[in-house]
Design a protein around this ligand. Structure first.
Ligand code: RIB
Ligand code: CA
Length: 314
């Protein structure tokens, strides 16, 4: 089986870091690049964290890294209350100084042009980089294999405001630009990601400290368990980004529907909320697949097998 080429665009964040851990060791995919975007943490911190994750896990093939740029509009929110001031559970990792990194938008463009129609771009943060790459080179839309996006809330309420999901709220203008492109897109909204949770029992089943992946995950994940309990009263953590990664690798675990979706950019109460044209006779074109159901047990099985595989490789 030839592995599918994947670019992961991430704003790590513990949630994104778990998705990266699985992706970097998954034989079905070849992670050609990891690009950083500001969101859960600042752009600078996101770039540093991408490097931290890769250095700590030391996968067999190191992907290219693209740095986050400061967005035109300041980020309206972060997730430090959930993931710590550094986004990785205040774990105080030592990370090499990075020099001369190309920007995320350039790296995304390079990698898609190098393998037209073969690259799956998995966007796990605000869509700033994806929109930026498409703006730099509009021909990319026709060259990207597919785009899998973690974002939005359909029937579910939002998670950062009553109406909006975090990634789309942080940069609704970029989200709108991306949604209006004629690319093959799948949206993984909160409606499905909230159905998958890692429990304290799963935490106990993580690989041992003697492995790089086990040591890394055991250092970052407990922080998120504590904050999810304090903030939401949950006895577990949501795995939004990991669920979206699994959707890219195992679409058979999801039910999707074709929909016509746009993003509110200026609402007094609804900035970042998605709007779907579900009129009897829709006037908008169907522009994406939206996941509406998930085999939650199947996804958790992939997640736990993924972290075990990550640990057994070194
Ligand atoms: O709303 C969920 C998203 O916000 C995820 O990407 C998570 O990492 C947080 O940034
Ligand atoms: Ca994220």
């Amino acid at each position: 089986m030839i592995p599918r080429k994947v670019i992961l665009d991430v704003d790590p964040g513990i949630d994104d870091a778990l998705a990266l851990t699985i992706a970097l060791f998954e034989p079905r995919i070849e992670v050609v690049a990891v690009t950083a975007v500001g969101g859960s943490v600042s752009p600078e911190q996101a770039t540093r964290n991408v490097q931290t994750v890769i250095e700590n896990l030391d996968p067999p093939r190191w992907p290219r890294v693209g740095s986050a740029t400061v967005p035109e509009r300041p980020l309206p929110a972060d997730n430090c209350h959930l993931y710590g001031a550094d986004g990785l559970g205040n774990s105080d990792f030592a990370t090499s100084e990075l020099h001369h990194l190309h920007t995320a938008a350039k790296v995304i463009g390079d990698e898609i042009r190098a393998a037209p129609e073969e690259v799956t771009l998995v966007a796990l943060g605000p869509l700033t980089n994806v929109a930026g790459a498409l703006r730099r080179d509009p021909s990319l839309t026709a060259q990207v294999g597919q785009l899998v996006i973690m974002g939005g809330a359909l029937a579910e309420g939002g998670n950062v405001t009553p109406a909006a999901e975090f990634n789309l709220y942080c940069d609704p203008f970029s989200a709108r630009d991306v949604f209006r492109q004629p690319a093959t897109m799948t949206l993984i909204p909160l409606d499905v990601t909230r159905q998958v949770a890692m429990t304290f029992g799963d935490l106990d089943r993580l690989p041992p400290e003697s492995t790089k992946a086990g040591r890394f995950l055991r250092r970052i994940l407990p922080f998120a368990f504590r904050t999810h309990r304090q903030e939401y009263g949950l006895e577990g953590i949501y795995l939004h980004d990991t669920v979206a990664l699994v959707a890219a690798m195992h679409p058979e675990l999801f039910v999707t529907e074709r929909m016509a979706v746009d993003v509110e950019t200026h609402g007094e109460l609804t900035t970042g909320a998605i709007v779907c044209d579900r009129r009897r006779v829709p006037q908008w074109r169907h522009n994406m697949y939206v996941a509406t159901k998930v085999d939650a047990a199947g996804v958790m099985d992939v997640v736990l097998r993924g972290v075990t595989a990550a640990a057994s490789s070194n």
